[in-house]
Design a binder for this molecule. Structure first.
Ligand SMILES: NC(=O)c1ccc[n+]([C@@H]2O[C@H](COP(=O)([O-])OP(=O)(O)OC[C@H]3O[C@@H](n4cnc5c(N)ncnc54)[C@H](OP(=O)(O)O)[C@@H]3O)[C@@H](O)[C@H]2O)c1
Length: 218
C-alpha cells in the first residue's frame, strides 16, 4: 500500500512544494487549505489528492477534517502552516504558530498510531532558536520559540507511543513569507527535508533539523 501524508497549510509556498514532491513519489496525499486561500495550483491537483478546508484556529473545521479522514492510517504528518503575523494580534499568532501544530498532531494521533512509520514533522524557524540563530526577536520569533518549547514538552509522550517527531528550519526559502531575495528554492528545501524524514528512526525523535539534515542548536 502507498504511504500516506497529511500536509497542513498546503496551498502555497513550502506546503505546496511538499504536495508536489510527495506526489512525484506516489504518496497518497491529504492536503489542507483555508477556505479563503487562493490556491489554483493546489485545486488543479484535486483529481490526484484529497483537499480539505482547515483554518488551524477552527475547532469546527478540525472536527470535520477528522470525520472525513476517519480511520485512515497517516504515515507522516507535516505541519507546515505558519504566519509571520503581519496585521494579526499576538494571541492569534501564538495560536497559529505555537499551539496549532501540537493541537493538530494530537487530534490526528489515532490515525498516526495506525501507521507503521508514525512520523511527525513540524516547521519552525531558526528565528525561534535561543542559540545558534538570530535571536528570537519580534512576535514571529517569539511564537516559534514557544513552538519549540511546546514541542520539547510533548515530544517524550509522543515518543513513548512509538512516534518519531522532529522540528525543521526549512532555510530561508523563496516564498511569500521568505521573499524574492531568499537564496533557497522551495524545491531544494522540500527535497532536503524529505530525505531527512525518509531516514528518521525513533532514535531521532525530538531533534531540531535544518533542511539539509544538520542538527540545529536550540
Ligand atoms: N520561507 C522561509 O524562509 C521560512 C523560514 C523559516 C521558517 N518558515 C516556516 O515554514 C512554514 C511555511 O512557510 P512559507 O514560507 O511557505 O510561508 P507562506 O508562503 O507565507 O505560506 C504560509 C502557509 O501557511 C498557511 N496558513 C497561515 N495561517 C494559517 C491558518 N490560520 N490556518 C491554516 N493555514 C494557515 C497559509 O495559508 P493561506 O494561503 O491561506 O494564508 C500558507 O499555506 C511556516 O511555518 C514558516 O514559519 C519559512
Amino acid at each position: 500500500m502507498a504511504n500516506s501524508v497529511v500536509i497542513i497549510g498546503a496551498n502555497r509556498g513550502i506546503g505546496l512544494g511538499f504536495v508536489k514532491h510527495y506526489l512525484k513519489h506516489e504518496w497518497v496525499i491529504h492536503a489542507t487549505k483555508r477556505d479563503r486561500s487562493k490556491s489554483t495550483e493546489l485545486d488543479a491537483l484535486s483529481n490526484k489528492i484529497q483537499i480539505y478546508s482547515l483554518d488551524v484556529q477552527s475547532i469546527e473545521q478540525l472536527s470535520i477534517l477528522k470525520s472525513k479522514i476517519k480511520d485512515t492510517p497517516v504515515d507522516l504528518l507535516i505541519h507546515n502552516a505558519g504566519t509571520y503575523g503581519t496585521g494579526l494580534k499576538e494571541e492569534q499568532v501564538i495560536d497559529i504558530n505555537s499551539e496549532a501544530p501540537i493541537k493538530l498532531a494530537n487530534a490526528l494521533m489515532p490515525n498516526i498510531l495506525k501507521s507503521k512509520t508514525k512520523k511527525v514533522a513540524i516547521l519552525t524557524s531558526q528565528m525561534g532558536a535561543r542559540n545558534g540563530g538570530p535571536a528570537p526577536t519580534g512576535l514571529y520569533g517569539k511564537s516559534k520559540c514557544y513552538l519549540n518549547d511546546n514541542f520539547r514538552a510533548i515530544e517524550p509522550e509522543w515518543r513513548s507511543k512509538g512516534i518519531t517527531s522532529v522540528l525543521f528550519h526549512p532555510g530561508w526559502v523563496a516564498t511569500d513569507m521568505g521573499g524574492t531575495n531568499a537564496p533557497i528554492s522551495v524545491e531544494d528545501s522540500v527535497e532536503g527535508m524529505k530525505s531527512v524524514i525518509d531516514n528518521l528512526t525513533i532514535r531521532d525523535s525530538g531533534k531540531f533539523y535544518t533542511w539539509k539534515g544538520d542538527i540545529h542548536p536550540w
